[in-house]
Design a protein around this ligand. Structure first.
Ligand code: SF4
Length: 493
């Protein structure tokens, strides 16, 4: 048997863009670096896959000693099937140099059933195509399948005591989709084989396909000639609209004509870039500031969302708060104080988090939060978990004001905000020296992954280092709010 040319991932890559497949096969060194978020999502997928094996216990893993030796995996799978093994994990199959490695293969009543595990709770079209390719390879290689199913996370499962894998996972047959997709799979395999055999790179212009279904990892190569200040720097606008402008010759924001189809906020951004100055609505900013009373808190939470619930009475992907940062000003000209909380890893953080937060926000006054949605959801969730604290939580909720409001409403707008009102973009625009880029943990999603990893970390030095990095990151979030608030105050002085 010859080594495979296409695998499940290269097949899906070719389906998204044949140039991406060509570059992957011929110039893999041009790939953009993998982000820490992507690495963590991949690890999460692996862990969920191993857990799902418990749905069909007692199976044998077909992974060969040398993990990368796929031909050995295919041979081992064939041997296991021939020797009467009825549950096989990581079963490998190959047909016409297309390789598929299936998470779980089960024989029941002399019929074979295939199961592919996903760490998501939703079934996407990409998952259906993935299962359709598996079906094509497995059946063409000679094994009849009675059914093929996707195993996904049941996001309605509530953990009560020991983990119940039967309830945690949902199994959905996708046989009908797989059968319907067979002609498409066959056609795409032929096209992809031609791309890999061809000496010339397909000529594909950049487009919406660069982002869908995944952000392509060759953007560093294909997008290098996109000019600075391009239309793609306008966030919050459908990609189709931006490509329409770009492919019609309006490549930079300065080239966008007065009459265009962009929405109101995007046009505020365009005008602001063209004029090179900030837009300040003093009356609206004053109206916002008049709602604020001292003592003043600047508050930010960090949460993590384990795919597999770790604690009692939690669901998959539920936001579990583990950290907060508070900057505090007793009165307008008082110095700013800082208080924070970071839960111990390995224990349910919710009770300690809530008790500490309630104690530190006892004093009256406004609690400023940047984008209150997550904080409100977390506090409302904690009300259900700890009903004895309902009145205090309601008090904090009633005192919360969203610092994002004047930016969201464009009362204050700076061209470097790129049509976004995220705290990162605002900080970059207004106080560029306070950047997050110098931090090891530089976003909420990296923070959530870092804390999730702490749950199983045993190296004390890594634990200390990660805790320091988490503290530094969360502190910067509320310090940024203090500085942004001061800038708003200055506008109306
Ligand atoms: S960046 Fe876009 S055009 Fe380039 S390979 Fe990726 S998907 Fe294709």
């Amino acid at each position: 048997m010859e080594k495979h040319i296409l695998s499940k991932s290269t097949f899906l890559r070719g389906l998204q863009c044949s140039k991406s497949l060509y570059l992957y096969k011929n110039f893999i060194q041009l790939r953009d670096p993998v982000s820490p978020e992507q690495k963590a999502i991949f690890n999460r997928g692996n862990n969920v896959g191993i857990l799902a094996q418990q749905l069909f216990p007692g199976g044998i893993d077909a992974t060969p000693e040398k993990r990368s030796d796929n031909l050995a995996a295919v041979e081992k799978t064939q041997q296991l099937i021939a020797s009467g093994v009825e549950i096989i994990y990581e079963a490998a199959f190959q047909h016409e140099q297309v390789l598929a490695i299936l998470d779980i293969l089960v024989k029941k009543d002399n019929q074979w059933y295939a199961y592919e595990v996903k760490s998501s709770s939703k079934i996407s079209n990409t998952y259906l195509l993935d299962a359709s390719l598996q079906y094509w390879v497995i059946t063409k290689s000679g094994l009849d399948l009675s059914d093929i199913s996707l195993v996904t996370i049941n996001n309605q499962y509530v953990r009560k005591g020991a983990l119940n894998v039967q309830e945690l996972f949902s199994i959905t047959s996708v046989l009908k989709d797989a059968l319907r997709n067979q002609p498409l799979i066959e056609e795409q395999i032929q096209l992809s084989m031609l791309v890999t055999a061809n000496a010339r790179m397909p000529e594909i212009a950049i487009g919406e396909h660069c982002f869908s279904p995944y952000s392509c990892d060759f953007m560093g190569t294909c997008w290098k000639n996109v000019p600075k200040n391009s239309v793609f720097e306008i966030t919050g606008v459908p990609k189709a609209e931006l490509f329409n402008l770009y492919h019609n010759g309006f490549k930079t924001i300065n080239e966008i004509p007065e009459s265009n189809t962009l929405n109101k906020n995007a046009n505020i951004h365009v005008q602001s870039v063209k004029q090179g100055e900030a837009r300040v609505d003093k009356a609206a900013i004053k109206e916002f500031l008049d709602k604020i009373s001292y003592p003043l808190f600047f508050m930010d939470f960090e949460t993590f969302m384990p795919a597999v619930p770790i604690y009692n009475n939690t669901k998959p992907y539920q936001h579990i708060p583990f950290q907060y940062s508070l900057h505090y000003k007793k009165e307008k000209d008082a110095p700013v104080e800082h208080i924070d909380f970071l839960a111990e890893q390995g224990t349910d953080p919710r009770k300690a988090f809530l008790e500490s937060l309630l104690k530190h926000t006892e004093a009256p006054g406004t609690i400023l939060v940047f984008d209150t949605l997550m904080e409100r959801n977390v506090l409302n969730g904690l009300k259900k978990d700890f009903p004895e604290h309902t009145a205090e939580i309601d008090n904090r909720l009633s005192r919360m004001i969203d610092l994002m409001q004047p930016f969201q409403e464009r009362s204050y707008y700076h061209p470097a905000m790129k049509n976004s009102h995220s705290i990162k973009n605002i900080l970059h625009a207004l106080i560029p020296e306070m950047a997050y880029t110098d931090l090891k943990i530089s976003s909420g999603s990296i923070a959530m992954i870092a804390f999730e990893q702490l749950q199983t970390e045993t190296d004390i030095f890594k634990i200390i280092q990660t805790r320091e990095e988490l503290t530094e990151y969360c502190k910067l979030d509320t310090l940024a709010m203090v500085k942004i608030f001061e800038i708003l105050e200055k506008q109306v002085e």
